[in-house]
Ligand binder design. Structure first.
Ligand SMILES: NC(=O)c1ccc[n+]([C@@H]2O[C@H](COP(=O)([O-])OP(=O)(O)OC[C@H]3O[C@@H](n4cnc5c(N)ncnc54)[C@H](O)[C@@H]3O)[C@@H](O)[C@H]2O)c1
Length: 459
């Protein structure tokens, strides 16, 4: 379907609460037209959701396992035949339909939702196509490789009204983060002056030689929209060094490195805290220092046989009203939130600071956590919580806790840090038009070229 033919935002048609149904083991079945035996079996099991998985790597499989009490994975696409076969066995007892081309998943009309867990350079295109195909999607972070892709995703999401949950599961899986946001929202830190996201550094690699493409891998499709380059692999590290599975994170061609890999998590929390404090305008400038394992000229890496994303960095991001965000690699992983009445530090294991200690005598109002969690039900702890919220939103049509708008607010900052790092200079940002001011070379990096045949089709 072309974007110009799309209906306006799909009206909310709340169905029965998924979470209520989960708790009460309700008996009304979901209605979808089942086209495969496994999907029919799934439909027969009350309340289970039929999911199509695109990208059956570490995270795709992990996510499907964490949601396994509610879902059946009835269709699996991966460009690695071994991975899709393994996923079929481990997730679906060998009963799912498997595909090399993810578009086969999107063509099906028997799915309740789609999960996209491909490498970062392969998020935007299938996500947009999935929305246009009328699917609700849980898509792994970061949703984009560029800021312009984010504009497109927001536009299509708004026009299609599809439910899109971003895989920034810190918002659900670790209740300490929600409590931190509640503290900010209730004014316990006063006015927030500074937030700091410490996200760790990134590895280097030795030179990685060109290697034979594994027989099971469709390398050309793995590259997809990215430039056509040879497959590389050498022994070393935990998984071997390569420009493919898992290690794609350390190549600007496929990812933003640590700045988007962990930035998507902690910059998201830092940005959520600013928003909870009423800071709705985005940044006005960003600058800092970054070290790369290879030389960059005009924003492009000059060596092509080793990891190239920033290994060490510190950025200052300036917001209107004398507020700043720091993004750094070199201190305790987590988020420090500083206000004029106190400061707190939060990560996946702890929430500390004087405003936290003060809760003993002055607890948060009863509804503070629920308010911070946008009024969505929180009935699950741990890894499945983000999936529980997503499946609830698929039914209720509520905006998910990790929605595309707030994700883009945070991700724009991560991408700007990446552009600033690659060019080695500070940038000025117009948040209203989402453009870099007075720097054409930097502004041109808001988009990326797509390889022939892998453009994002909008008409
Ligand atoms: N939310 C989190 O905490 C978290 C944690 C880890 C990874 N992730 C994200 O999950 C995504 C996947 O990461 P991973 O570590 O699982 O990587 P991975 O390399 O293990 O898995 C990616 C899979 O996608 C497949 N793939 C590539 N192109 C494809 C295509 N066109 N169609 C179908 N399949 C395709 C690959 O063959 C591979 O099996 C990344 O975007 C990453 O940022 C999120």
């Amino acid at each position: 379907m072309s974007l110009s033919n799309l209906p306006n935002r799909v009206p909310r048609t709340p169905r029965r609460s998924f979470l209520k149904a989960t708790a009460a083991a309700a008996t009304t079945p979901y209605f979808f037209s089942a086209t495969s035996a496994f999907a029919q079996e799934t439909a027969a099991k009350n309340d289970r959701k039929a999911i199509g998985l695109i990208g059956a790597g570490g995270m795709g499989r992990g996510n499907m396992r964490s949601a396994s009490k509610w879902i059946d994975v009835v269709a699996i696409a991966d460009v690695d035949a071994e991975r899709r076969a393994q996923a079929n066995q481990s997730l679906s007892q060998g009963k799912a339909d498997v595909y090399n081309d993810y578009r086969k998943v999107l063509e099906r009309d028997d799915l309740d939702a789609v999960h996209i867990a491909t490498p970062d350079h392969w998020h935007t295109k299938p996500l947009i196509e999935a929305m246009l195909a009328g699917k609700d999607i849980y898509c792994e972070k970061p949703l984009t490789l560029t800021i312009d892709e984010g504009k497109l995703i927001r536009k299509v999401q708004q026009q299609t009204g599809r439910i899109v949950q971003v895989g920034t599961q810190q918002r659900s899986t670790f209740p300490l983060f929600v409590k931190a946001i509640a503290l900010v929202q209730e004014g316990r830190l006063g006015r927030i002056r500074r937030v700091q996201a410490a996200i760790g550094g990134a590895p280097t690699s030795p030179p990685i030689p060109v290697a034979e493409v594994p027989q099971e891998l469709d390398w050309d499709r793995w590259l997809g929209p990215a430039p056509k380059v040879p497959y590389r692999y050498t022994e070393g590290g935990r998984r071997g060094h390569s420009n493919c599975h898992y290690e794609f994170r350390w190549w600007y061609e496929y990812s933003g490195g640590k700045l988007t890999d962990w930035g998507a998590h902690h910059v998201d929390i830092a940005s959520w805290a600013l928003h909870a404090n009423g800071q709705t305008d985005g940044p006005i400038s960003i600058g800092g220092t970054a070290e790369h394992p290879v030389e960059f000229v005009a924003g492009m890496p000059q060596q092509h046989d080793r990891y190239n994303t920033a290994t060490a960095f510190q950025f200052q991001v300036q917001f209107p009203g004398d507020t700043e965000m720091i993004i750094r690699h070199d201190t305790d992983n987590g988020v420090l939130i500083e206000g004029d009445k106190g400061r707190i530090f939060v990560n996946r294991g702890k929430l500390v600071g004087a405003p936290v200690d003060a809760l003993k005598d002055d607890p948060l109002p009863e509804d503070a956590i629920a308010k911070a969690y946008k009024g969505l039900p929180m009935v699950e702890n741990g890894r499945s919580a983000h999936w529980a919220t997503f499946l609830h939103c698929v039914e209720s049509r509520d905006e998910p806790i990790s929605d595309v708008h707030s994700h883009m607010k945070a991700l724009n900052i991560c991408h700007l840090a990446g552009i600033s790092a690659r060019l080695g200079r500070s940038l000025k940002w117009d948040d209203a038009t989402e453009q870099i001011v007075g720097d054409q070379e930097a502004d041109a990096m808001l988009k990326r070229p797509y390889r022939d045949g892998y453009e994002i089709e909008m008409s």
